[in-house]
Design a protein. Structure first.
Length: 283
């Protein structure tokens, strides 16, 4: 499936990365997901190259109307169900790891990491109870993978022993200060970071959300421009953060409210040698 696009795009990424990677945000570009799908289906190389160049220049591309509401509702229901069924006290990804729920309460910035306050729900493709979720998400994820220079089904059969795996990470940034501090992510396994807001700014939560940096001195929150169900994509080295959600409220780690978010990631397992991890950025 679209092998030639994957190969051509991979070489474009390699050449552009040699010139340097972006840290600062330029603009948000909106494109219908149906257009991306059509252009890749007909091997429109120029269209794909233009998007890659935009991403490498610090732009964020939002592919609108991707995930449907009925799927989002199913994903949220699965997440709540998981929190009642399998809560873990630490994060891990080893051979045979089951889908699990984890409360991120500890401030990792005290140990040289980044600060995060959230409820996290981890889904892995080798678990039968998440098979339907991955089957649906792959209908969209595969096109982004082609754009990122990967095979359309890259890592789909992998388990932790293979090093890099596909993972769905649902993150619930709680009202009362749910956040993740400024950071950037590795780009060894994929050249495109994919996120999707699952509920609605101004309705389900009133303040905070996704923010990026225009330069060393200026942060800009673009949460109000992100559409529920749309995939927004950027190069992982871009500095980004989630400003505290409704920070004037009292945080409740048992609540189901807040900002719900889906991260579709190709990530190194705990069995990958010399695993590259997310790095905090001091701002």
């Amino acid at each position: 499936m679209f092998y030639s696009s994957s190969e051509i795009n991979r070489k474009i990424w390699q050449n552009l990365i040699k010139k340097g990677t972006p840290n600062f945000f330029k603009s948000l570009i909106n494109i219908e997901f149906s257009e991306l799908k059509e252009k890749i289906a007909v091997n429109d190389y120029k269209f794909q190259e233009n998007l890659i160049e935009k991403l490498m220049d610090g732009h964020i591309i939002q592919f609108n109307n991707s995930l449907k509401k009925n799927f989002i509702d199913r994903l949220l229901d699965k997440s709540i169900e998981l929190s009642k069924r399998n809560e873990r006290k630490k994060t891990e990804c080893k051979e045979g790891t089951k889908n699990y729920f984890y409360k991120q309460i500890k401030d990792m910035s005290l140990e040289g990491g980044y600060k995060a306050l959230d409820r996290s729900y981890y889904f892995f493709p080798w678990n039968s109870d998440s098979e339907i979720l991955f089957k649906h998400v792959y209908e969209f994820w595969r096109y982004i993978k082609i754009l990122s220079g990967l095979k359309y089904n890259e890592y789909e059969k992998n388990t932790p022993k293979d090093g890099i795996i596909n993972r769905l990470h649902v993150i619930q940034y709680l009202k009362g200060g749910g956040t993740i501090s400024p950071h950037n992510d590795p780009y060894d396994s994929t050249k495109i970071q994919i996120g999707c807001v699952l509920n609605t700014y101004g309705k389900d939560y009133k303040s905070g959300g996704f923010a990026v940096f225009k330069n060393k001195d200026e942060k800009i929150c673009i949460e109000h421009n992100l559409n529920s169900g749309s995939l927004f994509c950027f190069f992982p080295s871009l500095y980004h953060t989630v400003d505290p959600i409704d920070k004037d409220q009292k945080i409740d780690f048992e609540s189901s409210e807040g900002r719900w978010f889906l991260s579709m990631t190709c990530v190194g397992s705990d069995l990958q040698k010399k695993r590259i991890v997310t790095k905090p950025v001091n701002y």
